[in-house]
Design a protein around this ligand. Sequence first.
Ligand code: AKG
Length: 364
Amino acid sequence: MALSFDDDNSLFNFVVKEGNGVKGLVEYSGLTEVPPRFIQPPYERFDKQQATQSSENMIIDLSELDGPNHDQVVKALAHAAETLGFFQVVNHGVPLELLDSLKTATHQFFDQPAEKKATYLKEVSNNPMVMYATSFVPEKEKVWMWRDFFKMTYTNDADAFEFWPNECKEVVLEYIKTSTEMVKKLLQALIGNPGVKLNDSGLDPFIGSKSVHMIFYPTCPNPELTIGVKKHSDMGTLTMLLQDDVGGLYVKKAGENLSSGNEEWVEVPPTSGALVINVGDVLQILSNGKYKSAEHIVRTTSTASRVSIPIFNAPVPVAKIGPFPELVARDGVARYKEVTYKEYTNNIMQKPHGGKMALQFASV
Ligand SMILES: O=C(O)CCC(=O)C(=O)O
């Protein structure tokens, strides 16, 4: 008997509990309309006609960071972090073949049968280092996002070797290893620009928690009604993201008077060989508001499925997050109070995913 996906219970069982995900739903007897559970209220939807191309060049060549053009590159990084909060980097030191292998590994992971993926469900795996899920927290969300994801938490290489899936652990570990160098350089440049001196070990507490997500956005029969990821800013320090050539990531232009419904969105265009970088809430706090953790959104499309692979670089839970004293002295005011990262994330987890409301928790 065919399943009816208008019934919330059978939808939950099929998509979440049995591990079919949104991908399985699309593949099941050729879905022509999304079930009501995926229909977003109008204020959460996204119309790509309203988005624009950025008038600025978002691509920064990092090969110049160690050469005679160092100061210009730092200026470009700081300008991007202060304005859009998003930029893309090329010549970043992460091998291009590795980027291809990561996209392939992501497709291979999601192409596995539901029974295999279901072994990584939170309730099944009993392993805090991996999690396969759909949407964000489907048990709690009234409306689901149109995506599946697989999260790998990084603590150290030995744990990753033991607990991550054989099929992708090597390639993902290499991704972390090669990108951490670059992330440290970016942070040195961004934090050093307003005059804060931190050596490598000073930076470590702010990027000591890492997780890698492999995300799959299936094709969607009703892109105008659904969303891949809702508007949100990232809570960590700096996010690095690899996207394929399908596109769908948009960033909100900063502007105090751009209210809901009146927002301006700019596409982050797929760029061969580039990695997308964005400022997280923590860097906004550390920089006393100089750098912006921009809200972003992922739309769905009916024409192609999309994969992306972000690494979320975040502080260790006990790290104290507050504006650097040098910046408070320079600005004459502390715009945020000091909280531990654990307090910050606990506050976010109690709220629905979305927007930038979490930052108010740390605001003075
Ligand atoms: O897939 C993307 O391009 C962005 C993903 C994202 O924003 C997230 O997972 O928080």
